[in-house]
Ligand binder design. Structure first.
Ligand code: HPA
Length: 270
């Protein structure tokens, strides 16, 4: 708690009276939303006391404060994954700082493998529920009562109103979006065909290596959450191919403008 307050105090000193209304976490290959920002402050993670520092090349690691659709937002460009060796507390540290900075809603994006046969590469899937298959979660250990309760409810994890709003935004903009359940696995390896089949059988529509730890921390603190996956490859039996990072980035880039529009319009109306 003391580390969280130190980091928050430092950020407030640097950003003055900016006071972000909403937090946004951008997933792999989905960083271009920052081009839509009127940037006010840009803080490399390395400069923020107690912040975990990014080790992965493709993740830039900057906390950006700016206006999006006329609203004040704080954007994480680059997130922390459990597979990088961070503790779950480190993975969710920035989300907790965002809440202490005063954000009222959290928006999250990620790249994911598709399990639902109705999906296609570069589809957007609005997350309506999740299955946590990470080996741990950020609430293990002594409860931080200042942040939230010992046993947080998870019956309405993804804000229904924002899900409905997003469907309308997509329809108005003339593109279709999928809805579904996101399974979060530790990675960093992708799934075997048997694992893809297993994930599908237990009720997942998409699988990825992030998001759920941050969402658990957000819901612990009572923050409403909207999350969206970009389907970057398919894990259905007939469509499994060898996947390399370049393919994931390419599929994400195709979907990126639609994802950016969705989050921007949700923020505008939030
Ligand atoms: N599996 C897990 N994580 C992923 C995938 C996948 O197929 N695609 C993008 N992230």
């Amino acid at each position: 708690m003391q580390q969280l307050h130190e980091s928050t105090a430092y950020i407030k000193r640097v950003t003055g009276d900016f006071a972000p209304e909403f937090g946004i976490i951008l997933g792999t290959g989905l960083g271009a939303l920052v081009n839509e920002l009127e940037v006010a402050h840009s803080l490399p993670y390395a400069e923020i006391p107690n912040f975990p520092v990014s080790t992965v090349e493709s993740h830039s690691g900057i906390l950006i404060f700016g206006h999006l659709a006329g609203r004040r937002v704080v954007v994480m460009q680059g997130r922390f994954h459990f597979y990088e060796g961070y503790s779950m507390e480190q993975v969710v540290f920035p989300v907790r700082v965002m809440k202490l900075l005063g954000v009222k809603k959290l928006f999250v994006s990620n790249a994911a493998g598709g399990l639902n046969p109705a999906f296609n590469t570069s589809d957007l899937m609005i997350i309506t529920d999740h299955i946590n298959l990470q080996p741990s979660n950020p609430l293990i250990g002594k409860n931080m009562d200042e942040l939230g309760p010992r046993f947080p409810d998870m019956s309405d994890t993804y804000d229904e109103q924002m899900v409905r709003q997003a469907m309308v935004i997509a329809e108005d903009a003339g593109f279709t979006v999928q809805e579904g359940v996101y399974a979060s696995v530790p990675g960093p390896m992708l799934e075997t065909p048997a694992e893809y089949r297993y994930l599908s059988i237990i009720g997942a529509d998409a699988v990825g290596m992030s998001t759920v730890p941050e969402v658990i921390a957000a819901r612990h603190m009572g923050l409403p959450v909207f999350a969206v996956s970009v389907i970057t490859d398919m894990g259905t039996p007939d469509r499994i191919k060898k996947v390399i990072l370049a393919d994931i980035l390419e599929a994400a880039a195709i979907a990126e403008p639609r994802m950016t529009l969705l989050i921007k319009e949700l923020v505008r109306n939030a």
